[in-house]
Design a binder for this molecule. Structure first.
Ligand code: 13P
Ligand code: ZN
Length: 269
């Protein structure tokens, strides 16, 4: 079958990473039905032949004007598509879109006219903001990690950095590999522009943010790195829960131990 990935190994490798992560999300139980979505800025892999590809959809509105995305291309999970299906067939459960010159609309160009995720306003607003800030971040992942979402059903974990400090203190690697912690965004309607705006604001201080009672949204240089940040945080949540299930409140690493770790690993705060 004709595919945009044919004879483009670098682009195919990037999309295959999305498929690999989609499989992990399903295996972890974080991707029930169509739960979660992934987008990747693939503009660096776009050649003249891709630029010349015609639209295979009508022009669709993003819902926001995003000046830094002019002429950018994204691989997007399709709305209502399953991660477990995307893991095997990424180009049948996702598509490549081109942002048009008005910076407020897009068309689908390949392989099939699969409508992008309903969380596109959040994903694209975040990509726009990452470019504006000069970051080399290319991927955004939204997923529903069970234990982290469960924590947001308790008000104390919604206070600034309470969950971050607890999760960091469960095992040293969590702070090492998620050094900016977990930002918290009070509940907003899924797929809304208000959620997108709140997400951008919170990502100024964190690489992973929690949408209260819904799921996390993570950004990083590629999809694998974004997944890893969520994975280490959820691992800490599991350790916390395991201790609670054994009938005690875990001690957590001491302030002294955290400080020593922060200096040794040259972490930001
Ligand atoms: P989509 O199927 O539109 O990507 O939505 C899944 C989801 O998790 C919404 O928050
Ligand atoms: Zn969701």
């Amino acid at each position: 079958m004709e595919s945009i990935l044919n004879n483009r190994p670098a682009l195919a490798a990037e999309v295959n990473k999305v498929a690999e992560v989609a499989g992990y999300l399903w295996q972890k139980g974080w991707a029930e039905r169509n739960g979660g979505n992934i987008t990747v800025n693939i503009t660096e892999y776009v050649d003249d032949a891709i630029k010349a590809m015609p639209a295979i959809s009508e022009v669709k509105s993003i819902g926001a004007t995003l000046p830094h995305l002019k002429g950018c291309y994204f691989y997007c999970k399709g709305t209502n598509k399953r991660m477990r299906d995307l893991a095997r067939f990424p180009m049948e459960n996702g598509s490549v879109i081109r942002i048009l010159d008005d910076c407020a609309s897009y068309v689908i160009i390949a392989d099939n006219p699969v409508q992008p995720t309903s969380e596109l306003p959040s994903h694209l607003s975040v990509h726009n903001d990452m470019i504006a800030r000069g970051l080399n971040y290319k991927a955004s992942v939204h997923t529903h990690p069970i234990e982290l979402v469960a924590m947001t059903h308790n008000k104390k974990f919604l206070e600034k950095d309470v969950a971050t400090r607890l999760l960091w203190s469960m095992i040293p690697e969590t702070k090492a590999f998620c050094p900016r912690g977990l930002g918290i965004i009070p509940y907003e309607l899924p797929s809304s522009l208000k959620l997108a705006e709140a997400t951008i604001k919170e990502l100024a201080d964190y690489d992973v943010v929690m949408w209260e009672k819904h799921g996390v949204f993570a950004v990083d240089v590629d999809v694998m790195a974004a997944f890893d940040q969520i994975d280490v945080l959820n691992k800490s949540a599991l350790i916390y829960i395991a201790a609670k299930n054994m009938g005690f409140e875990p001690d957590g690493m001491s302030d002294e131990q955290m400080k020593e770790m922060t200096i040794a690993f040259k972490l930001p705060k």
